[in-house]
Design a protein around this ligand. Structure first.
Ligand code: PHE
Length: 346
């Protein structure tokens, strides 16, 4: 069989131009270089050719084979380049206008807690956190809260279904105040110690403008050999003046907590009306801001401190309440809506 090599070369050059993807390139390869392709046909015909024809056909078949191989290689690179361009176009168009990532704002409660903790840090306190899941022992028993105390009721405390691994007849619970943190600290450390314990607490309260089933408290505890009630008054007065303002007046009202004796509630003169009476303080002129007292010796007994050796002061405040008072926020529920328009105001 005689072949018009020149015409075939031309046809190959034309045909490769129409190839635009890997699939059609493969058809092209099979057509010329495949086992039953044109070049293979030429080689297998060699044996039946005359001695004069053989070298010409052989040489031209080789030339065609090299040419097709080269064209396929070039086309392959061209297709790969196209694909790269296409995929980078899909992922990034540098001519598009930018999309700004929305930036949040530090929550006013986080700011308030940081501010309170850092004031106490300046006074030598260490910040320590405790777990939100607690034992009945730490949350109540060790704090001298009797077994029949109403705050132990399931209406006032969230109990878990899990038992306390150390006391199998008792359940675990979500701490209803940060005071169990006092027990943990004293079980692990000997006096002198001064800590503040910030964190979330839980109570099954119906939600309204001043109640939430979860809120934040900051607990304070200072234990040493000669701590007096005057130390408690001095400490909390310095704190309140720094946190609210230097002009406020303080009032310590006798109160009762099972874990402190004596106990007091702390009022500050209303920041809005300076004690005259307004809507913020409900015409009383005073705002209640925390509970406090001298650590009850029964609590020292519960953590195994030697009898009569130490005295201590403790206090606990609600962070939402304090932030509401400081910034004039009327409803506790706003804190948990996380509306960035609200949060950006602080
Ligand atoms: N735990 C008390 C409460 O939740 C507050 C408090 C803490 C009172 C420490 C006295 C001492 O109301």
């Amino acid at each position: 069989m005689a072949w018009d090599f020149e015409a075939i070369a031309k046809q190959i050059d034309e045909e490769i131009k129409t190839v635009s993807d890997s699939k059609s390139l493969e058809f092209f390869r099979i057509k010329y270089l495949g086992k039953k392709g044109l070049i293979a046909e030429m080689y297998s015909a060699l044996s039946s050719l005359s001695a004069e024809e053989k070298p010409t056909v052989g040489k031209n078949a080789n030339i065609l084979k090299n040419r097709v191989t080269q064209l396929i290689e070039d086309k392959n690179q061209e297709i790969a380049g196209l694909q790269r361009n296409q995929s980078s176009k899909d992922s990034l168009d540098i001519t598009m206008p930018g999309v700004a990532t929305p930036i949040g704002h530090q929550h006013v409660l986080t700011q308030t807690m940081d501010e309170i903790c850092s004031l106490f840090e300046k006074l030598g306190f260490v910040v320590q956190e405790g777990p939100e899941i607690e034992s009945e022992f730490n949350n109540f028993t060790a704090l001298n809260i009797p077994i029949d105390h109403p705050s132990r009721d399931a209406f006032d405390t969230f109990y878990l279904e899990e038992h306390d691994p150390h006391k199998n007849d008792r359940y675990l619970l979500l701490r209803s105040h940060t005071s169990p943190g006092q027990i943990r600290i004293m079980q692990e450390h000997k006096p002198p110690l001064a800590v503040v314990i910030p964190g979330k607490v839980y109570r099954p309260d119906a939600v309204d403008a001043s109640h939430s089933f979860m809120f934040h408290q900051i607990e304070g505890l200072l234990v040493d050999e000669d701590v007096k009630f005057s130390d408690l008054k001095g400490l909390l007065t310095v704190f309140c003046k720094k946190f609210f303002n230097e002009k406020i007046k303080m009032r310590f009202r006798p109160h009762f907590f099972p874990f402190t004796e004596p106990s007091a509630e702390v009022d500050i003169s209303c920041y809005k009306c300076a004690g005259k009476g307004c809507s913020v303080c409900g015409r009383k002129g005073w705002l209640e801001i925390m509970g406090c007292g001298m650590v009850n010796p029964k609590v020292f007994d519960a953590v195994g401190y030697p009898k009569g050796k130490y005295t201590g002061l403790a206090f606990g405040m609600g962070v939402e309440r304090i932030a509401m008072l400081k910034y004039g926020i009327p409803d506790i529920r706003i804190f948990f809506e996380n509306d960035v328009r609200f949060l950006r105001q602080f």
